[in-house]
Design a protein around this ligand. Structure first.
Ligand code: PLA
Length: 390
């Protein structure tokens, strides 16, 4: 007898995580995964931070720890520390008890819970995301019941910020609309506004009564007294990817509002996954609350960031030395884990087929997946892809 599911069609792989699936199937010894934004060492290995190992050891040795359910909003201490980390120690919003924070399943879970809350309680259902943005934004917000529009962000002719387009599009947005902002290190473009541009964006958002929803971290902006949503992820900065550690903070104008917002967050979360997992959040709070471990974390984080910057330089130098046609200075100018190369999907497909280099079809490469020993291989592939047709 036929299955009742016989008519189900095969779903496509995810545009980002599917790159890893294809990579895993490749038997070539020179294969290279520059798809997902996951940090690798110079040896090409995943990295568990020393300070994370230390925190885990402390947790394991602590016999008083149990495996009870966390409250719906997660570990209270973790939530406090996360809000402090993103808003700053001396944030008036924290001092005045105006922040409602929920421990969520990493950045994605924080975005989703925030979006569900907005769909249920907010009068304006439209959210503006940058063009382009992280591919999952559209799906997360649509699934939560919001209607997604885009605002100008990237200018492919300058490989820089389309600031005029951004101001025009947000200026034309309906009052109250939600605006998704990448707090820093915009994915996939690696292009961020300058401090002055951020201030102009802030003024526009406040003057139009738009509601900012930050993905990740940008200290300072959120301390202007206005309301905002912040989705934090510890996946990359603590290397806690698979532990799924994150937080949603909703900054409100008054403590009584924050209290009611928090009570409603619980009603959103309880039927979704009941309550979040304990281990990863315990690691993060162990690190955040101990000043020695906190400092150690910052040093290790900086080492990761510095290695990525050095990869940018090495790749740029390699292409310059080869005389690869085109201006490649954006490789060193862009910020964060990714270089938005400007390579098109045909060139990407060519590099995967001929060089076993895996990356997203929009031409984004994860610089964190590169090492000194693989830079020449990537430079060869880019050179061949660029010179092939011409
Ligand atoms: N927001 C942005 C802008 C991201 O780039 C990512 C992850 C997330 C949120 C979610 O991260 P988290 O849920 O793991 O905390 N982007 C990755 C991985 C690194 C992915 O697509 O899931 C990327 O390669 O784009």
């Amino acid at each position: 007898m036929d299955s009742v599911f016989a008519a189900i069609v095969q779903a496509p792989e995810d545009p980002i995580l599917g790159v890893t699936v294809a990579y895993n199937k490749d038997q070539s010894p020179v294969k290279l995964n520059l798809g997902v934004g996951a940090y690798r060492t110079e040896e090409g290995k995943p990295l568990v931070l020393n300070v994370v190992r230390k925190a885990e050891q402390l947790l394991v040795n602590d016999q008083s720890r149990v495996k009870e359910y966390l409250p719906i909003l997660g570990l209270a201490e973790f939530n406090k520390l996360s809000a402090k980390l993103i808003l700053g120690d001396d944030s008036p919003a924290i001092q005045e008890n105006r922040v409602a924070t929920a421990q969520c399943l990493s950045g994605t879970g924080s975005l989703r819970v925030g979006a569900e809350f907005l769909a249920k309680h907010y009068h304006e259902r439209t959210i503006y995301i940058p063009q382009p943005s992280w591919g999952n934004h559209l799906k997360v917000f649509t699934m939560a019941g919001l209607s997604v529009k885009t605002y100008g962000y990237y200018d492919p002719t300058t490989l820089g910020l389309n600031f005029q387009g951004l101001l025009e599009d947000l200026g034309a947005a309906p009052a109250g609309a939600v605006v998704l902002l990448h707090a820093c290190a915009h994915n996939p473009t690696g292009v961020d506004p300058t401090v002055e541009q951020w201030e102009q964006i802030r003024q526009l958002i406040r003057s139009k009564g738009l509601l900012p929803f930050f993905d990740s971290a940008y200290q300072g902006f959120a301390s202007d007294g206005g309301e905002c949503f912040i989705a934090q992820s510890y996946a990359k900065n603590m290397g806690l990817y698979g532990e799924r550690v994150g937080a949603l903070s909703i900054v409100c104008k008054a403590a009584d509002v924050a209290g009611r917002v928090e009570s409603q967050l619980k009603l959103v979360i309880r039927p979704m996954y009941s309550n979040p997992p304990i281990h990863g959040a315990s690691i993060a709070s162990t690190i955040l609350k101990n000043s020695d471990m906190y400092n150690e974390w910052k040093i290790e984080l900086k080492a990761m960031a510095d290695r990525i910057i050095s990869m940018r330089k090495q790749l740029f130098d390699a292409l310059t030395a080869k005389g690869t046609p085109g201006d490649w200075s954006h490789i060193v100018k862009q910020i964060g884990m990714f270089t938005f190369t400007g390579l098109n999907s045909d060139q990407v497909a060519f590099m995967t087929k001929e060089y076993h280099i895996y990356m997203t079809s929009d031409g984004r490469i994860s610089m964190a997946g590169l090492s000194s020993s693989t830079v020449p291989h990537l430079a060869d592939a880019i050179h061949a892809a660029v010179t092939r047709a011409s």
